[in-house]
Design a protein around this ligand. Structure first.
Ligand SMILES: NC(=O)c1ccc[n+]([C@@H]2O[C@H](COP(=O)([O-])OP(=O)(O)OC[C@H]3O[C@@H](n4cnc5c(N)ncnc54)[C@H](OP(=O)(O)O)[C@@H]3O)[C@@H](O)[C@H]2O)c1
Length: 232
């Protein structure tokens, strides 16, 4: 098998960084292209770090043109959970828009500029980190309106991309991932004493395992860290 080229967005985040390192240490990896807003460098010879503004199309276009090879895998590990609403009374238009800017729009714009870099004639994977709470069917607690909605919308984007990509490459697989509850900047404000959290490294190992297992039957679906399917 030819060595793989992988692009990971959100490499400054806990899970994004752990995914970069996990892939860089795997066999048969040619390059890990690591993207973040500040261009943080990761000291490993096969990790190439780049700065990009996920909401600026010129920046995304420029960065996509600077990658001089075809890609096998694209992973988006960008997201934010800020002061989630317990009640609809706490919702504001600003918060709602901010959650979509962090959790939904980056994946759609990254897809616009980076799906064309994926091979057309071999198995390719495009995954984005969603969240279990984005599942409409699994919502038993309510609340967290803007974060939940931004992840449900992300799931819809992924479903649409899976259909469009399939027309270009029958071996394309697009899917969402739930990383488990992971110790990170994002989860810190919600962590409870006595509850156990995954380390980013553990979650990344599990996610890479899930990504490895995906076949065309899994196209357009959402999977948890243990490969269990999450309903829409
Ligand atoms: N941690 C969990 O328990 C958990 C559970 C379910 C789902 N997830 C999902 O997993 C993904 C990664 O989360 P994490 O735990 O690794 O969080 P994290 O350590 O806080 O990393 C978040 C990443 O997203 C970027 N980011 C944050 N706000 C942004 C914004 N407004 N616009 C653009 N980029 C932004 C950050 O970039 P900067 O460094 O530039 O700020 C960073 O690269 C997210 O999509 C999250 O929703 C996490």
């Amino acid at each position: 098998m030819k060595p793989l080229n992988i692009a990971i967005f959100g490499s400054s985040g806990a899970i994004g960084k752990a995914l970069c390192v996990e892939y860089a240490n795997k066999e048969n990896i040619e390059n890990v292209f690591a993207f973040s807003r500040k261009g943080d460098t990761l000291n490993q010879k096969n990790i190439n770090s780049h700065t990009v503004d996920y909401l600026d199309e010129e920046s995304l276009k420029r960065t996509s043109l600077s990658i001089n090879c075809k890609l096998d895998i694209v992973i988006v590990a960008i997201g934010q959970l800020d002061n989630p609403e317990k009640s609809i009374k706490e919702l504001s238009a600003k918060k709602f828009i901010d959650m979509f800017k962090a959790n939904t729009i980056p994946t759609a714009l990254i897809a616009k500029y980076f799906l064309p870099l994926l091979y057309r004639d071999r198995t390719t994977k495009f995954a984005s980190l969603s969240a279990r709470v984005g599942s409409i069917e699994d919502n038993h607690l309510g609340g967290w309106y803007s974060y939940r909605a931004s992840k449900s919308a992300l799931n819809m984007i992924l479903k649409g991309l899976s259909i469009e990509q399939k027309r270009l490459n029958p071996k394309s697989i697009v899917f969402g991932l739930h990383p488990g509850t992971v110790d990170s900047k994002l989860s810190k404000p919600f962590q409870k004493n006595g509850k156990e959290y995954f380390s980013p490294e553990f979650s990344a190992k599990k996610l890479v395992n899930v990504i490895d297992k995906k076949t065309t039957d899994d196209d357009g679906k959402i999977f948890a860290w243990d490969n269990a399917i999450i309903p829409y």
